[in-house]
Design a protein around this ligand. Structure first.
Ligand SMILES: [Zn+2]
Length: 63
């Protein structure tokens, strides 16, 4: 019997930026101008970048 070496997979730290909301997995939004690593502040109805003051409106959910 040959023993296979188990590869230790280190969980990516990217997952720290994921949070579970309800039953779905949502990712924090990155600033399209500043790039990844600059996350947009999650406001009630918009996202805001504190670095370049980029604003992105959240899509309105239609019922
Ligand atoms: Zn920005």
């Amino acid at each position: 019997m040959v023993k296979k070496k188990k590869k230790n997979k280190v969980p990516s730290k990217v997952w720290a930026k994921y949070k579970i909301e309800g039953s779905s997995l949502k990712r924090e939004r990155c600033c399209p101008k500043c790039g990844q690593g600059y996350f947009l502040a999650n406001m009630k109805d918009r996202y805001y970048c504190g670095k370049c003051r980029y604003l992105e409106m959240k899509p309105v959910e239609k019922k």
